[in-house]
Design a protein around this ligand. Sequence first.
Ligand code: HEC
Length: 285
Amino acid sequence: MKKLLASLAAVVALGVAAPSALAAGGELPIDHWPEKRAHELAALQSGARLFANYCLNCHSANLMRWNRLQDIGLDDAQIKDFLIFGNQKVGDLMTIAMRPADSKVWFGKTPPDLSVITRARTSFEYKGTDYIYSLLRGFYRDASSPTGWNNVVFPSIGMPHVLWQRQGPREATIDRVLPVVDEKTGRETMVREVSVYDAAGNAQVTRTPLTGHAAESFEVTFKAADPAAARQYDSEVADLVAYLAFMTDPSGAERVRIGVWVLVFLAFFAVLTWWLNREYWKDIK
Ligand code: HEC
């Protein structure tokens, strides 16, 4: 019981800590994930393929069994031949060989289990699906960071941009207005800071002090070397997020489908009851 409470507390702490770390930079760019992908089998399958190929080396999905992928239209042979590496069976859970203690040494943080990540990252401000859709599209090269990457949604993230070859090189311009405290006078002034990161991650930063009142702001623009590849990448990430949302709630789509029929049935039954009631009382009244 104590253990259970401790792990519950840890989950709550995680959920609360992540968004506040994000909020530190002012308005962060959170885009809307195209939700209709959640209902497209082809999107879910492409997401599952990306997940198995690119994410399962570092992240586990310990609550998910491989054969649950039957729900998105894959059969056991496809799951075994195209998705499972190593000697796992289709009835096994999506575990990984990397030990949490090792990954902590390698990355500074243990990559979290992704079974229910879209729910774990849902906050009052945004949905977890929108957050992860933005996170995976928010990477830019930063030569000063240990992994060589940084992220506008999660500054100094310990995860490298593992899908970068699919997206292609990009330049990033981060335009911020933020308060800076003068060390000598202790006075706070607003500064506009524009950092331009080239495709190799070298930054050029210009700071201009602002006079008068200025609100904090945060604006990012990316310039992709191959805009078509970058657009294709956005679409792939939408598929991947659809798959992550499916793992979080595998029976979600089914529940919505059944729910519609339940409402149709209830509506029909309500009419029937009203009509029967009228028929019974017709002669008595
Ligand atoms: C090379 C190892 C590695 C791979 C591969 C990897 N990640 Fe990560 N990931 C990490 C690490 C390390 C963290 C923890 C980062 C931190 O907290 O600073 C992380 C964190 C995350 C988070 C949580 C971010 C948060 O808000 O706390 C998500 C979501 C995520 N990864 C998704 C993915 C997806 C999706 C893939 C596959 C495309 C993937 N990762 C592939 C190492 C990896």
